[in-house]
Design a protein around this ligand. Sequence first.
Ligand SMILES: C[S@@+](CC[C@H](N)C(=O)[O-])C[C@H]1O[C@@H](n2cnc3c(N)ncnc32)[C@H](O)[C@@H]1O
Length: 240
Amino acid sequence: MTDEELLALMYDFYNEHVLRDQNDDIEYYLKQIEEYQSKKLLVVGAGTGRVAIPISKNIELSALDLDPARLKVLKNKEPNINTICCDIVDYKKDRNFDMIILPYSTLQFGGSGEKTNNMISSLTSLMDHNTVLIFDVSESFNNKDRSSRKLLFSDYCREVDDNIDVYYSAERYESYMEFLVDYYLEKQQKHLFENEKYSYYEPDLLTRLLDENGLYVSKKDDGYGNSKMLHKHLYHCRRL
Ligand SMILES: C[S@@+](CC[C@H](N)C(=O)[O-])C[C@H]1O[C@@H](n2cnc3c(N)ncnc32)[C@H](O)[C@@H]1O
């Protein structure tokens, strides 16, 4: 098994330990599908299917992610979902989606304004006047503390049949935060690393990028679920 496959197998294990109220987004998206009466949906940044799988009932859903190993895990869990493995920046094929969802800060992924702009540009090219684009951006990175390496948790991971020590560190930069997760697989005596950068939430910049790409914000919700998750901003966009 490759390191990428091992990391993908530990992705749900990690999420189960760190995501709590984040999972309230699933109920939020189910409500949007019903309200917009969506029939053909694209989930961008679908990962291993945390959101895509539970919202896929009674709808034609495609799950896009740049990580092939994560999509393989998704497909094993739910073979009926169409998977597309590429960077959204390079995907310009299908214009028939009536809804496109980017869950959990996927639009902030990469840590640069240029990347965000390229993602919005590509998303716009997939939209017509009937498509609604919904993305979830988080303000939490703006004031999250940096952290030197610390043990986050230690537990048995069934998917890789090993005890895993998960270490975490975070560094702040001018326009993004960078996170490093170090998985130590005790039996295999092996470290695997995941590194991710997320841009800060800058509403004025985001509005300008949407406008320059020919999109407008038709609705914005702040938070979801009982806890409200108020640092989360759910943008609904349409083509101008
Ligand atoms: C924050 S995770 C969200 C994962 C999952 N949807 C969830 O909610 O648990 C972001 C996901 O988006 C993918 N991703 C980030 N940038 C992408 C891009 N430009 N094109 C396609 N996928 C991307 C990553 O590989 C990762 O799986």
